[in-house]
Every structure is written in structure tokens, then in C-alpha cells.
Design a binder for this molecule. Structure first.
Ligand code: NAD
Length: 372
């Protein structure tokens, strides 16, 4: 079906194309059964683009990425390209997308499906029903701040330097994304920094509080502040106290990985990276699973397609305003897992182990049932 919903699909390398095939199955289902169509374009990124064009992403693919409503990416990289020069490695394709689309807010949900509570290293009662969202600032802070480098000192020692640096605007724009998300969820937002020891943390706390105090549209939100070390402790002590967490690049990197492990498997974790809203009201967006290209299982039907499918569900929710369809997909995933269907990575005793393809087919059957 022709549509005004434009999506660029970049399956990438390794298991990327395998998991994306199963997402395409669900997209076809939506077209036929829900009359929700997409204008899909497909392109190359990562190692496959290096093989075809000598570079990890072409200018033409970049232009298409800038022009669509969102990009859905599989994974990039693999041993075949490991020895290439740093600047033409597959990962540079992904970094170029993030940089040139100016994707400053990284959304990492940590949801624990009831059927998988035993996959977590925490006690089931701590993670059952868990549904939190970490919003990480992605384009500033200590991973980008200048000066940076390794310098020789006069006394013969060397000194490694990175700079934690944030401006008002960089803080406010990511906090706004997090506030908007919290309003669509349970209305609780926790801002995380180290204001006790870092000036950038003091500024972060002040600006987030000011945004909240000076804008009455956020009156329905409950804002709290927490130091990052305490937050990491609270995430493993009582994770369900959180709804949305907003934090900087460095703390977000660590806290989102901690939160991810509350849920068990890499094959289940989606993500979104969002940019600014342009003059047409469209927000630049890239959706991708948290996992990589998994060369150890490529081509064996072992890959779990659910992380990529849940990334597509996030695209429906945040780029296309199709919350009902996103809920339907999330529910289908929940039901399939509750029915005991598992790919190898999340296999448990007594469950039915299925291939990537059968997981995709089972999901579509479940969607049929839910939509009947
Ligand atoms: P990885 O995420 O690819 O794999 C880690 C482990 O998890 C492997 O044992 C793998 O088999 C398993 N796994 C990952 N996704 C799975 C899935 N969907 N279903 C079942 N099992 C799954 O990380 P890695 O091994 O460190 O990296 C492999 C390659 O991927 C490298 O080239 C790396 O640079 C690249 N990478 C890419 C991205 C990305 O595209 N965003 C992210 C991380 C790593």
C-alpha cells in the first residue's frame, strides 16, 4: 500500500539481514491486516557497504536517511572487516548516521517480560513487571569534550585527558525528550548526575529543575534528582522505583547497560536515537537493537529477531504515532514468550526451541489471533 510513512531499512551485516527479514514479515502483516502501509527503501551500511562501495555508508544513503521519517537498522560489523583502517570500519557507517542526523537522545527501555523473569540475575519479584526507560544524552559530554588526548609531561610521565562539558541547550533538549516521554508513561522522571563532585553535574541539575519549574505543561510530572553512583545501586536494589531516567552520555552508557542486564538477554533489547524536530514537525530518528552482528551465530537460524522487532515497535510509537499498533506487537511478543516459544539465546528447560524464521512466523500467527 502506498503511504506517507517513509522508512529506510538498513539490515547491515551478520545476523542483521536475518532478523530484519522477520521484521519485514510483520510489516507485510500490518499492510495486509491493519491497512498500515509504509514506503520502504532498503540500503547498505557497514561491511556490506564496504564490499559494494568501498566505504561504510555512501552519501546517497545518508541523504535518504535524512529524508525519511525514520531509519531502522539491523547491525554492522564482523571479522571480515576487523583489520580495516579505523576510518573505514563498518562501525563508522553507524557513527556517521548518528552524527549527521544529530541524534542526541538515546532511548533504552528495560522491560522484563514475565515469561523471562528467570533470565535475570535478580530475584523474580524485583524484576517482574519491570518497565523503565533510560534516556541518555548521546552527542556531548566526556566522549566528545575538548581538550582530549594523551599528552607527554615534562617529567617523562604521560597524561590521559578527557573533558566533561555540557551547555544549557544540550541539557535542555535531552531533558525535554525525557519529560515528553514521561508524560506518555507513568509521569515519573529521575534526573541523574554527580552534582556533589562535578560542576557539569551542578549545571545539569539546575537546568533540568529550571525547565520543570518554568514550564507549566510539566506540572503533571514528578521530578526527582539522584547521584549516578546511588542510581546504579538503586537499579539493582529496587529497579521498579524508576519510570524514566535522564542522564548524560557517560553515566547513561553505564546505567543503560546495567538496566539491560536486569532483563536477561541481549537478543531482547531495542533502542531508539532521536534528534531535533525539524520545520515540518518531524523528529529525526534511528531505531536499532542493542546487540551487534553476532558473527558466531550468523546464518544458522539461531538469531533472536525480537530486539529488532521491538525496535520497530518503538518506531511505530515514537515516529509514526501508532501507539495501538505498537501495543499490539508488544502484546504479541509477550504472548509468544508466555506460550513457551524461545530462540536459543533465551531457551529455558521445558520450552520449545525455534529458529529465527519460526519465531517470526509464530509472531505473525499471534498477531492474527490478537487482531481477530
Ligand atoms: P554481539 O552483540 O554481536 O554478540 C554478543 C553475543 O550475544 C554473541 O554470543 C551473540 O551470538 C549473542 N547475540 C547477540 N545478538 C543476538 C541475537 N539477536 N540473538 C541471539 N544471540 C545474540 O557483540 P560482539 O560479539 O561484541 O560483536 C560482534 C560484531 O558486532 C563486532 O563486529 C562488533 O563491532 C559489532 N557490533 C555492532 C553493533 C551495532 O551494530 N550496533 C553493536 C555491538 C557490536
Amino acid at each position: 500500500m502506498a503511504s506517507n510513512k517513509k522508512m529506510l531499512v538498513l539490515p547491515g551485516d551478520g545476523i542483521g539481514p536475518e532478523v530484519m527479514t522477520e521484521v519485514r514479515r510483520v510489516i507485510d502483516w500490518m499492510d495486509k491486516r491493519r491497512a498500515v502501509g509504509f514506503d520502504l527503501e532498503e540500503g547498505l551500511v557497514g561491511g556490506c557497504a564496504i564490499d559494494a562501495h568501498g566505504i561504510p555508508i555512501t552519501d546517497e544513503t545518508m541523504e535518504r536517511a535524512q529524508d525519511v521519517d525514520c531509519v531502522l537498522l539491523g547491525a554492522v560489523g564482523g571479522p571480515k572487516w576487523d583489520n580495516l583502517d579505523f576510518n573505514i570500519k563498518p562501525e563508522r557507517g553507524l557513527l556517521r548516521l548518528r552524527k549527521e542526523m544529530d541524534l542526541f537522545a538515546n532511548l533504552r527501555p528495560a522491560m522484563c517480560f514475565d515469561a523471562l523473569v528467570d533470565a535475570s540475575t535478580l530475584k523474580p519479584e524485583l524484576v517482574s513487571g519491570l518497565d523503565i526507560m533510560i534516556v541518555r544524552e548521546l552527542t556531548a559530554g566526556s566522549y566528545f569534550g575538548e581538550p582530549r588526548g594523551i599528552f607527554d609531561l615534562p617529567d617523562g610521565q604521560r597524561e590521559g585527558v578527557n573533558t566533561q562539558r555540557y551547555t544549557t541547550n544540550e541539557i535542555i533538549r535531552v531533558a525535554e525528550v525525557a519529560f515528553d516521554l514521561a508524560q506518555k508513561r507513568n509521569g515519573k522522571i529521575c534526573s541523574v548526575e554527580k552534582a556533589n563532585v562535578m560542576e557539569s553535574g551542578v549545571l545539569w541539575r539546575e537546568e533540568v529543575q529550571k525547565l520543570y519549574d518554568e514550564n507549566s505543561q510539566y506540572d503533571d510530572l514528578e521530578l526527582s534528582h539522584m547521584y549516578a553512583d546511588n542510581c546504579s545501586m538503586q537499579l539493582v536494589r529496587a529497579p521498579k522505583q524508576f519510570d524514566v531516567i535522564v542522564t548524560d552520555n557517560l553515566f547513561g552508557d553505564m546505567l543503560s547497560d546495567t538496566a539491560a542486564m536486569l532483563t536477561g538477554s541481549l537478543g531482547m533489547l531495542p533502542s531508539a536515537s532521536l534528534g531535533a524536530i525539524d520545520e515540518t514537525g518531524r523528529r529525526k530518528a534511528l531505531y536499532e537493537p542493542v546487540h551487534g552482528s553476532a558473527p558466531d551465530i550468523t546464518g544458522q537460524g539461531l538469531a533472536n529477531p525480537l530486539a529488532t522487532l521491538l525496535s520497530f515497535s518503538m518506531a511505530l510509537r515514537y515516529s509514526f504515532g501508532l501507539a495501538e499498533d505498537a501495543d499490539l506487537i508488544d502484546k504479541a511478543v509477550e504472548n509468544v514468550l508466555a506460550g513457551g516459544i524461545r530462540t536459543a539465546d533465551i531457551m529455558q528447560p521445558g520450552m520449545a526451541k525455534v529458529s529465527t524464521e519460526v519465531m517470526g512466523e509464530t509472531l505473525v500467527h499471534e498477531l492474527d489471533k490478537l487482531a481477530a
